[in-house]
Design a binder for this molecule. Structure first.
Ligand code: NDP
Length: 330
């Protein structure tokens, strides 16, 4: 049975005397820094001197260049984009490490695939919110929180687990639940949703748009029907709160019958073989190597695919729809 921890399992006082250095004041960095400060921790920020640096100062944080923050902090949150972490770690963070300090990652990628190898005398912790940064903050402000995957991967201080539990509490995660899984499992599950679930949804929209408009349906109406009304995001919320199946009564009986009867026709059990292949490519490092090479070559495939996606007629239909229908979602 998986272990899930709540506020009662975490003792914030284990962080007394610690200086939390949030390295990277972006999506996750800003949200987690604000939450931790409100939970009573001493938080500083390390960032390159840019708009994010200025924003940290405007938010009232002592802000330093990354190397200085890494020197000053005892617990370092590595909240830089994953692809820049290894380089910045070697040049600016590693020199500031001392025995007993801790490194905290919001995604297991670099540790799991060995792109970043911390020294043995620091704690290596995982605190990976299952939520985009903005909502990590908004949920905390509403008195709740975003769930996290957490793990004490390397315990040099002898206090690694207590520390990560206390940090989960400080960002608001253990208000709802901090689930203990390894760096490997967090990374692989995260990539799985990115490689299968998200593309299945977006590809379904693109192919549907192409076919429906070919068949004479109004492009703006297709976009509104498929996703732009926001109905889908409300259904997704109901799935999270009530359950994947238990939310069905929110839909008409005709809708429920249609969904149930077409589910296996559009995605038969045979698709499990594709799912297995995708998982194998994640597990054996095929994707990580491909992404590493793509970065080294200056993102040629990424740029080409993004350009093609941006030029797809669905973008123009969205633009025209937005001129006429203004959708505001909470
Ligand atoms: P961001 O893209 O928001 O960037 C974080 C910060 O890094 C920004 O302040 C950015 O500065 C700075 N930065 C960018 N490039 C460099 C560079 N070359 N050198 C130094 N600093 C740089 O990151 P995220 O918050 O999205 O991701 C941080 C971590 O959190 C990652 O490990 C990610 O996987 C994980 N994560 C992210 C989630 C999300 O909601 N996005 C969800 C869960 C986990 P500037 O703003 O000026 O570009």
């Amino acid at each position: 049975m998986v272990k899930v921890y709540h506020d009662g399992d975490a003792d914030l006082s284990v962080l007394n005397g610690e200086t939390i250095a949030v390295i990277g004041y972006g999506n996750q960095g800003r949200a987690q820094a604000l939450n931790m400060r409100e939970s009573g921790l001493e938080v500083i920020v390390g960032n390159i001197r840019d708009r994010s640096f200025a924003r940290a100062q405007e938010d009232g944080f002592p802000a330093y260049p990354i190397a200085e923050a890494a020197e000053r902090g005892t617990i370092l949150f590595i909240l830089l984009p994953d692809e820049v972490q290894p380089k910045v770690f070697e040049s600016e963070i590693r020199p500031g490490l001392r025995p007993g300090k801790a490194l905290v990652f919001a995604h297991g990628y670099n540790i799991h695939y060995g792109f970043l190898e911390p020294p043995e005398d620091v704690d290596v912790l995982l605190l990976a919110p299952r939520m985009v940064g903005r909502f990590v903050r908004e949920l905390y402000e509403r008195g709740t929180g975003a769930p996290v995957f957490m793990y004490a991967h390397q315990d040099a201080s002898g206090r690694a687990r207590e520390r990560v539990l206390a940090l989960a509490r400080a960002i608001g995660a253990s208000r709802v639940g901090a689930m203990e899984i390894t760096f490997a499992e967090e990374t692989e599950l995260d990539h799985f949703t990115e490689h299968f679930v998200a593309p299945v949804i977006s590809r379904a929209f693109i192919l549907s748009f192409e076919v429906l408009t070919e068949m004479g349906y109004t492009p703006e109406a297709v976009v509104l029907e498929l996703y732009a009304s926001g109905e889908l995001s409300e259904v997704a919320k109901a799935m999270a709160i009530d359950g994947l199946v238990k939310q069905l009564p929110l839909h008409s009986r005709t809708s429920q019958y249609g969904q149930l009867t077409y589910a296996e026709r559009v995605m038969p059990d045979g698709e499990k073989e594709l799912i297995r292949r995708i998982v194998r490519e994640i597990k054996n490092g095929t994707f990580a190597r491909e992404w590493q090479m793509e970065q080294q070559m200056g993102y040629p495939v990424f740029r080409r695919l993004l350009k093609r996606a941006m030029e797809h007629p669905i973008n123009e239909a969205e633009r025209r729809l937005k001129e006429q229908v203004s959708i505001k979602l909470s």
